[in-house]
Design a protein. Structure first.
Length: 273
């Protein structure tokens, strides 16, 4: 029988630092625009087929569903983390932070933490890898194509505005999917505590993990449909995000408590599994 607990100060700090890093990565341009690179993922057949499919859709002027998919993926990702976050905020206002370890408030805290840490890690990868998004390979230097896909502000136009000459930081944030990682981190962290706390229940576990997998798959498919990511991006985001969420949930069991202790030359992190 698993039990889960949170420390309002420690978990609040982790969520806060993760959120601050995500906001910084989203709002601050860490690098200058780079020259346009339309090669796509030539080494991965499935990824390359996505770019070719987008090129065909642009040729046929069939791009209406692309912006709709982007909006839908934003809504799912926001709702997945906003629901437990809102619950935490309202509960803390009602009972105070000292009672934040009670169930199901602790579950919501773990879910938010799983999602925010997963998203923070994804943002770091995006900045480090700098991979171009699928719409770059599909649109090339045609401004009208970027405009049709709702991403004209993510590229740099020539002085006469007739062609695209460079990619902004956002256009080079393909690997890996932050949306998929956020949803997977949040939903699988919540699923794990719901499925394993209390008396074992196979139906409860199947339902919890099934909902998590469904949400993650939905947002992953939508991000590919929205031309924002290749299949490899959303697969990596889903797997890494789920792994982070499950790990953080497991570490919230009291038997897995960690602490910092003095060590030769500094300090060490110790704990039990």
């Amino acid at each position: 029988m698993a039990e889960y607990a949170v420390d309002p100060r420690v978990d609040g700090a982790i969520i806060g630092v993760s959120a601050a890093w995500v906001l910084t990565a989203e709002l601050v341009e860490f690098s200058e625009p780079e020259a346009l690179d339309t090669r796509g993922r030539v080494d991965l057949g499935l990824d390359q087929s996505v770019a070719e499919h987008l090129q065909l859709r642009w040729f046929l002027r069939d791009t209406e569903g692309i912006t709709a998919a982007a909006t839908a993926s934003d809504v799912i990702a926001l709702a997945t983390v906003a629901a437990p976050a809102a619950y935490v905020g309202l509960a803390v206002l009602r009972v105070g932070p000292a009672e934040a370890s009670i169930t199901p408030l602790a579950h919501a805290v773990i879910g938010v933490e799983g999602g925010m840490v997963a998203l923070a890690v994804a943002e770091g990868f995006k900045l480090g890898v700098g991979a171009a998004r699928p719409y770059v390979a599909a649109c090339g230097d045609e401004p009208d194509c970027y405009a049709a896909m709702g991403v004209l502000d993510e590229v740099v136009l020539s002085d006469d505005g007739e062609r695209v000459v460079a990619m902004t930081q956002e256009a080079r944030a393909s690997f890996y999917s932050g949306h998929a990682s956020l949803v997977a981190g949040t939903s699988f962290a919540l699923a794990h505590v719901i499925a394993t706390e209390g008396e074992p229940s196979v139906p409860r576990a199947v339902l919890a993990y099934g909902v998590a997998a469904g949400l993650t798959t939905s947002v992953a498919v939508l991000r590919v449909e929205a031309a924002r990511h290749y299949p490899s991006d959303v697969i990596a985001g889903s797997v890494i995000g789920a792994g982070i969420g499950l790990t953080l949930a497991e570490l919230h069991q009291p038997s897995h408590r960690f602490r910092i202790v003095p060590a030769a030359g500094g300090a060490a992190l110790t704990g039990t599994f």
